[in-house]
Write a protein that binds this ligand. Structure first.
Ligand SMILES: [Zn+2]
Length: 83
């Protein structure tokens, strides 16, 4: 089974929470090693999660996912434009 970027993003929050199957986790790990876009997305998502946890706020702001996806789309556009 081979996963793509959208697949990784679907499971990103579960992955950060350690809430994915070991098999799926291994697939995501492998993808992250070779995909700069997903590594960057993971980094920025983790930072947001850590900040939120530090402030003891457990609700994501409204529109967070939408904005994250817009950012991902913009990153992909930039990536495909340069490649
Ligand atoms: Zn990717």
């Amino acid at each position: 089974m081979r996963i793509d970027c959208k697949h990784v993003w679907d499971y990103l929050s579960a992955y950060i929470d350690g809430d994915v199957d070991p098999d799926l986790r291994a697939q995501i790990d492998r993808h992250l090693e070779t995909c700069e876009i997903c590594s960057a997305v993971l980094d920025s998502t983790r930072n947001v999660v850590v900040l939120i946890a530090d402030e003891r706020v457990f609700e994501l702001p409204a529109g967070f996912s939408k904005r994250l996806h817009e950012r991902i789309d913009a990153m992909i556009d930039a990536d495909s434009a340069s490649g």
